[in-house]
Structure formats: C-alpha cells, structure tokens
Unconditional design. Structure first.
Length: 568
C-alpha cells in the first residue's frame, strides 16, 4: 500500500513514470493555454502550486514505504523525533532518552498536528512534504508584497517568482552533480528544514514593515521561531541582514541609522532568546570537532556550482537581484542583500573547509539555489517586458507574456524532466515495503510498550524502534554521543551479560529501559551473548520472534517486574 492507501504492489513503475512525464508536459501546455486565455496572475500562481503537487504525487505514488525511510538516516531520525514526542511527550529530548534536542520545533508541531497520536503521525508524515511544497509558492507570492502600493513587485512578477521557485529550483542534470536535486532533498526528504524555507518570505514581509521598537521585538521573535525550525537557515538570513545594514550605511541613506537599528534589535532579541540553545549545542554536541570529511573535496568546483553550472539561471538571477535593488524600496534592497549574503556564505565555506568545518554544504547550496531561482523569475519577467516593449511600444498583455515565458521555461521545468527512478537515489529503495524484521518488532513495541518505556538494542536498529516504534532508545547510532556514553554502554553490557536479576533491573532503571530488542548485529557486537542465554534468564521474557529467510531472528524481550518475594 502507498501513502494514499492504494495497492501498488503490481505497478509497472517504469511505465508509470514514463506516462507521468508525458502528463507533466501536457500539463505545462495546458497551463500556458489557460494563462493566454484567462490572463490572471492567480492562474500562474495556481499552476506553480499544482506543479509541486504533481511532482510529489508522481514520486510518492509507487512507494510502499515512506520516502527514503531506511536509505536515509536523516529520514529515520526526523520521523523518530515526531513519533516519540507524540507518544511520550518530552519535546526537548531526541530519540535518545535524556539527550537534549537541537531541533525540537518540528517534533512538537507534527505531534500536535497528529493529536499526539503516534499512529496518526505515521499516516500524516508523507503529506507534510506535500504541504510545504504547495505552500512555498504561496508564501513567496504573499511574502514579497510591496510595503507601499506602486513600489513595483506586481502580482504578475511575484507569481513569476513563485513559479520559478517551483519549476527551476532544481535542474535536469543535478542528479549527476555534487549536490543533486534540491527539490526532492528539501521537500521530500527534509520537510522539517523546508518549514524554515517556508517561513522565510513571511519573515521578509514582517521585517520590511517594522515600525518602532515593539515591531523590531516582534520580528526578532519571528526570527527566533524560524531558528527553532532550522538554525542554519536563521544564520543564512542573519548574514543577509548584516549585508543589508552594511549597504544602507555605505549608501548613506537618510534612514540608514533606523534600518541598522532594525537589524541590530532583531539580532539582539533573537540572540537573547536563543543563547541558551546555542550554549546547549556547544556543551551537549561535539559538532565543532574538526573532521576530514568536513572539507570541500579538492576536485569540487566549489565556486562554479552556484555560477557557471547554473547556466542561464545564474545571469537571470543576478539581473533579478539588480532589478530588485534598483527599485529603491526597502523590500528590494533587503531581497538583494539576502542573495548577496548567501553567496558570501558560500565563498566563506572555502575558509571553513581549511579548518575542517565545512558542514552542511548541501543545506547552504539548496538555500542559494532557491534564492537564485526566485531572482531569476524577477529577472526573466523584467527582460520579457523590455523585449515586448522593444517589439511594440505598448508591450504585451501580462497574461500573454507569462504564457510565453512558461513555454520557454518548460523544457527546464521540474515536471517536464523529473524521472525519480533515474535521478533520485532514495526512490528505488523506497518502492518496496519495510522489511518484516524491521517493521514487526517496531510495531509490537508501539502497540504494547508504555509511552515512557525505553528500548535497548544495537545502535543502528534502534533508529527503527524510535521511528516506527515511537519509543525512545538507550542509544541511537545516528545521534551525537552523549557525555554519559560510557555509562550507557555499561548499562547495555549489564542487560546482556549479567545473570543477576537485581543488578539488571538496577541498571535498566537508570534509563527506564523496559524492552530489549536483540538483533544479529547486537549479538555480533557482544560476542558470547546468545538468544538462548537471554531466554534462560527469568527476568527477560521473549515476546516476539521475527525471522526473514535464512537470517537470524530479531527477538523482542521485556524485563519482568520483580516479584514481592524478590523485593523482600
């Protein structure tokens, strides 16, 4: 069954995708015809929304599991954050019991949307990608509304920018590049990060309308909320705002000091509230440890990625940023500063690479690509208008201009060329359902364990217990090591090896461990421990055996409560 409840077991995926590409091409033609016929910006905007929904449907329909569930450790972790909060609360904890969370906003939001029901989280989760995908064009359209009527930023131009974000955020050959397809790796893989992208245009809307001290404080609070969604996106915005303040000072505008004060107060309010979170990151996570993998590869064309490799999109985006700045309104200057700021960040990654600190390069790449796509929509709309006026004094009616731009952009637009089976490394491994040895023990835990029970298992398998079983675990192999990592390992050793029931219960109580899921990997990591030796101990009760093929079984054990006689 797919996310929509349809049985797709016998679906010919290759034929389905081939037909979908044809439908996508015909849809673009129909969209252009509707624009030429009705000539309203809402048709252009609605088509952008429909294009994102179509790509989501094409990619999601053949899948018999949540997209990238298993192939991507990030997907398992993000789902686990939500299911554990829905089942057990404690939103400031990760999937690892007792570990402070560095992205708690997403888990709370999804759990609340699901009514704090883990079963509903699992049913809802595929549609969160759809939600952020269809809402982003709307956020761009409404977020880029001018402060004062007549300042530019017409409805047509904003619809063109929203359409460019939908259609041109990714390019046909991204799948063969260093950073691959930004659309799928943002919307489909990480809707939690896409939420911050969704809030970005709305933040700009609020920022350029600041009036007075309390307005600055309110926008600082808004930036803080965005930081809880994804702190790196907040950092990118902050760099762009710093560029804006610097340009305002250098240009010696009459209101430059007020605009710099806007930025300073927004920064200050955000930093004041977020400072405990930043301290927690430094104390609780060794994320600043230099690692060789946090370098830009010597063969990487780092400076060419957001320039030459973008082809025509780059000069169009540059021109769009120039057009926005030349208007002279605050929104235009702020937007251009954001574009310049993200290129500053990208160049700065060369220095971070020398320090072995060039982390999350894909995130900054996707953000940059989105900003340049929106700017390309602005630039293309301006150049099309100039060309039309050069051809005839009155130019073209905007609806016809939009239709012609759409026809020109069609071969480069996502619905036209998207082939997930060939272009998406996660798609093929998501077509088949989750293996029984992973799904059945997790489902058993979800249905039978108490909400605050903790599960011990091997670190890799524990991610499945957290994501599908909705229970926190002793150790999650994808999370940072806790300061008490050695203690957790000692507890696991006691659970597996100590024949003394009292000692086992005392060790388990430290982290509220009630269940033990024994996998072949766990036995391999602890030589001498066997299923038979565990089953022979009266304090471990085997409840479920799951075996696939010739593999060794996965067994769920529950720690038996001490009897009254034992307590005495």
């Amino acid at each position: 069954m797919n996310a929509l409840g349809a049985d797709v077991t016998g679906l010919d995926v290759a034929a389905f995708l081939e037909r979908a590409r044809l439908v996508g091409a015909l849809g673009l033609v129909l969209w252009a015809l509707l624009l030429a016929r009705w000539r309203r910006p809402g048709v252009l905007l609605g088509g952008a929304v429909a294009a994102n929904a179509f790509v989501w449907l094409v990619t999601s329909w053949p899948l018999q599991r949540l997209y990238a569930l298993g192939p991507s450790a990030d997907r398992l972790t993000n789902l686990g954050w939500c299911t554990t909060v829905a089942a057990a609360g404690a939103p400031l904890q990760t999937t690892q019991v007792g570990q402070l969370h560095f992205e708690p906003f997403w888990g709370v939001l999804v759990a609340a949307l699901a009514g704090f029901d883990a079963e509903r989280v699992l049913a809802l989760y595929p549609f969160l990608s759809l939600a952020v995908a269809v809402l982003l064009p709307l956020a761009i359209f409404f977020g880029l509304r001018p402060v004062t009527p007549g300042e530019g930023w017409s409805a047509w131009e904003r619809a063109a920018a929203a359409a460019a974000a939908s259609l041109l955020w990714s390019a046909p050959f991204d799948f063969a590049g260093t950073y691959r397809n930004a659309w799928s790796l943002s919307f489909l893989l990480k809707p939690n990060h896409s939420l911050a992208i969704l809030l970005f245009p709305l933040f700009l809307y609020a920022f350029v309308r600041i009036r007075g001290t309390w307005g600055r404080v309110a926008v600082g609070l808004f930036l803080h909320v965005l930081a809880w969604a994804f702190v790196l996106h907040m950092a990118y915005i902050a760099v762009g705002l710093a560029v804006y303040a610097l340009v305002e000072l250098c240009a010696r505008r009459p209101d430059a000091r007020a605009r710099v004060l806007d930025v300073a107060v927004v920064f200050g309010v955000n930093l004041l509230i977020v400072s405990p979170y930043i301290v927690m990151l430094f104390v609780g996570y060794p994320f600043l440890t230099p690692l060789p993998r946090n370098q830009i590869a010597a063969t990487s064309a780092h400076l060419l990625e957001p320039t030459v490799r973008l082809g025509l999109l780059f000069p169009l985006g540059v021109w769009g940023a120039v057009v926005a700045y030349r208007r002279g309104d605050r929104l235009g200057r702020v937007w251009t500063a954001q574009v310049v700021g993200i290129y500053v960040v990208w160049i700065g990654y060369l220095a971070l690479s020398a320090l072995h600190q060039a982390r999350e390069r894909d995130e900054v790449h996707h953000w940059l690509r989105l900003l340049i796509a929106v700017s390309a929509g602005i630039g293309a709309w301006d150049l099309a208008g100039r060309a039309a006026r050069a051809w005839r004094a009155r130019g073209l009616e905007p609806g016809l201009q939009a239709a012609l731009l759409l026809v020109l952009a069609a071969p480069w637009s996502l619905p036209y060329w998207w082939d997930p089976a060939r272009m998406d490394p996660y798609f093929g491994r998501s077509v088949t359902p989750v293996e029984a040895a992973l799904a059945e023990p997790a489902e058993f835990i979800r249905r039978h364990a108490a909400p605050r029970d903790v599960v011990a298992s091997d670190p890799d398998y524990s991610r499945w217990i957290a994501a599908l079983g909705a229970r926190r675990v002793l150790r999650d192999g994808h999370m940072h090591l806790n300061a008490d990592h050695a203690d957790r390992e000692a507890v696991l050793e006691t659970l597996l090896r100590d024949p003394d029931a009292a000692a086992v219960r005392a060790a388990a109580a430290r982290y509220r461990v009630r269940y033990l899921v024994v996998t072949p990997a766990l036995l391999a990591q602890h030589p001498g421990v066997t299923l038979e030796s565990l089953a022979a101990r009266e304090h471990w009760k085997p409840l479920l055996y799951t075996q696939e093929g010739e593999d060794a079984p996965v067994v769920v054990f529950r720690l038996a409560a001490a009897s009254a006689g034992t307590r005495g």
